[in-house]
Design a protein around this ligand. Structure first.
Ligand code: ACO
Length: 379
């Protein structure tokens, strides 16, 4: 093996071979299992897309019905998980709550059988079914309220919005939320997926895999950026303030949240679709006050940073959609996690199918042959 050039952040270095998703960052193309994201957003549902990602092909009608049925009947949380959540500090971030709950789920299924297809199927169903319930439960329980029980007559997206807002959602809102989940379901080897794969490669259980990915997604340079976008729009406050805000950021070399991507050097195709969804919601429920600021921001950043390939990423318009759906800002990243569980599980399954533990190398830059100085002799 020849020595490789060191690339910070492993930029451009293939970490795996995968047939789950594909991104062309210059043409703005994203495909799941070869199908364009625009087509899936328009014609599929989140659960069908999750099936496609995890099992490698679109389900037959019967397979889809069975999958939906299984998930519907595994949505409830164990009372011990709910009891555990009661002890969480109400000011804690929901991503920390979710990470803890995902890991705790592993306590109930500690027998690992990674070569048993039933074990894999059950873990997929449980995680896809229960993660939304955990997010909705924490939202209510942190205020001292009881969680709302899932409703078997509602589909995946509608049930989540029902558990969250304690009322049946509008049909358009539920469909748009489902599309948001589809758009966020998978995105090649991003930081959280890489984290999931590294954890999976040790052959630990899938609950630990998802917990480690949730922890990675939480950071502001990854999934956490969607919350920061809303904070930034609040801070800017008016369309007139956009240009000076951007000029100041450019001058200080500060990052503008919701812009830029390691892979996309054009507008993220998901941002394009999300913007359209936001507009559909505004047409039905009224325009968001921040939308004009967002439009101006996109224009000014295009002018100032477009030459560096800095354009809106998936997090830029998702926050405006979620705001219109009545979702609190600190749940934006957990919602990203609800969707991305599908991608993480697809990579978990792919990883354990042909596993080799991740063990990269490093370039040591420290000293050698140092003397040990007893504490009494140290300055
Ligand atoms: N605001 C201002 N300038 C930016 C931004 C940004 N958001 N993103 C990149 N740039 C600039 C950099 O300053 C750099 O300029 P330089 O060459 O003059 O130094 C140039 O564009 C290239 O940027 P890199 O740092 O090489 O880009 P990298 O691939 O390392 O970063 C990242 C990608 C982390 C997403 C970055 O764009 C960023 O911090 N964006 C803001 C946070 C964000 O929105 N994250 C969500 C990403 S999507 C997701 O994870 C789901």
């Amino acid at each position: 093996m020849t020595a490789c050039e060191y690339r910070p952040g492993l930029e451009g270095i293939p970490a795996t071979q995968s047939s789950i998703s594909y991104v062309d960052g210059h043409q703005g193309i994203l495909e799941y299992r070869g199908i364009r994201i625009d087509e899936l957003a328009q014609k599929s549902t989140f659960l069908e897309t999750a099936y496609l990602l995890i099992w490698g092909g679109l389900p037959s009608k019967q397979e889809l019905n069975d999958f939906q049925h299984e998930i519907r009947y595994h949505r409830r949380l164990k009372y011990r998980i709910r009891d555990m959540m009661k002890c969480f500090p109400e000011s804690g971030h929901p991503m920390d709550a979710l990470q803890s709950c995902a890991a705790a789920l592993g306590l109930f299924y500690s027998k690992r059988a990674l070569d048993d297809p039933t074990y894999i199927q059950d873990a997929v169903v449980r995680l896809l079914a229960k993660i939304p319930t955990m997010v909705a439960a924490f939202k209510l329980m942190r205020k001292g309220n009881d969680p709302v029980q899932p409703r078997d007559d509602l589909d995946y997206a509608a049930n989540f919005l029902y558990m969250l807002n304690e009322r049946e959602p509008d049909m358009l809102a539920a469909r748009i939320f489902d599309i948001c989940l589809t758009l966020h379901a998978e995105h090649t080897i991003n930081a959280s997926t890489f984290s999931a794969m590294v954890t999976a490669s040790t052959l630990t259980d899938p609950y630990a895999v998802v917990a480690s990915a949730v922890g990675t997604l939480a950071g502001p340079l990854h999934g956490g950026a969607n919350e920061e976008v809303i904070a930034m729009l609040e801070e800017i406050g008016s369309v007139e303030n956009v240009r000076p805000y951007v000029e100041d950021c450019v001058q200080r070399k500060a990052r503008i949240m919701g812009f830029g991507h390691r892979v996309y050097k054009v507008k993220d195709p998901r941002a394009q679709i999300l913007q359209g969804l936001a507009e559909q919601l505004f047409a039905k429920f009224g325009r968001d006050a921040y939308y004009d600021i967002a439009l101006e921001l996109e224009e000014v950043i295009n002018e100032k940073l477009g030459h560096k390939g800095v354009y809106p990423n998936v997090d830029f318009y998702s926050g405006l959609v979620y705001r219109k759906l009545g979702i609190p800002t600190d749940l934006f990243t957990p919602i990203f996690a609800i969707a991305r569980v599908a991608g993480w599980l697809a990579h978990w399954k792919e990883q354990i199918g042909e596993n080799r533990i991740f063990r990269p190398t490093q370039i040591y830059q420290g000293p050698h042959e140092q003397p040990y100085i007893p504490v009494s002799e140290r300055p």
